[in-house]
Ligand binder design. Structure first.
Ligand code: DX5
Ligand code: ZN
Length: 220
């Protein structure tokens, strides 16, 4: 499995102080996870391209943009063009996922594809060579602070087996804590999004270090 990467979600940060909130995690996190929601694909509205462009200028960490939006074929490449190092679209919303993944790569980003908890991974296994990251949601997308869905663990195991030696990061997002991260790491995930567990902690940097240690301990 790849090295453990921690991608704190700023959904749980103070939106009025975003650059300071990113600075707090800059020495311990690998990425900044940016949740873009359009109030159509999910019943919540967060931020979009102008805020991502501003973060791109101010963040010392690379941006990991998770697009929970309709029509990603139309909107996602602009996030790569804005400089986001990783851009993830939802397969449930994409018209042409292979074409979109290629467009993201040719705009210079890592191409990520996300699946909601009830979306099977098997129909998409032939797409793996087109991807740099596979995100398996461990809550229904839309909100932070929801409990982790253990029902996704078998899918994590099957996805990991299919990824094999491909250089594809297996990301989990939703309900990740120092406890649930162990189950995900044991199942084969190597890239971990955490919102509440980082920004809800008194010391976000220390929370990241604790999450990383828990994942390292549980790697297969
Ligand atoms: C939810 C978002 C997550 C969210 C996770 O739809 O994709 O990134 O911020 O928050 P926690 O870690 O609190 O479950
Ligand atoms: Zn997310």
């Amino acid at each position: 499995m790849g090295r453990v990467q921690i991608s704190p979600s700023i959904l749980s940060a103070d939106f009025a102080r975003l650059s300071e909130e990113v600075a707090v995690i800059a020495d311990t996190a690998d990425w900044v996870h940016v949740d873009v929601m359009d109030n159509h694909f999910v019943p919540n509205l967060t931020l979009g391209l102008p805020v991502v462009e501003a973060l791109q200028k101010s963040s010392a960490l690379p941006l990991d943009c998770h697009l929970m939006i309709e029509q990603p074929d139309r909107w996602a490449p602009a996030y790569a063009e804005a400089g986001a190092a990783s851009v993830t679209f939802h397969v449930e919303a994409a018209d042409a996922p292979i074409r979109l993944a290629r467009a993201l790569r040719s705009a210079g980003a890592r191409a990520g594809m996300a699946l909601k908890p009830a979306t099977s991974v098997e129909p998409y296994l032939d797409l793996l060579p087109e991807l740099d990251l596979l995100l398996l949601m461990t809550v229904e997308p839309g909100f932070g602070g929801q409990p982790f869905l253990d029902a996704v663990l078998p899918k994590i195991r099957r996805a990991k087996a299919a990824i094999g030696d491909f250089d594809i990061w297996l990301q989990v997002d939703g309900g990740i804590t120092a406890e649930t991260i162990e189950r995900c790491a044991e199942a084969g995930a190597d890239n971990f999004v955490a919102g509440t567990a980082v920004y809800g902690a008194d010391d976000p940097a220390a929370a990241i270090t604790a999450l990383r240690a828990a994942a390292e301990r549980s790697k297969p």
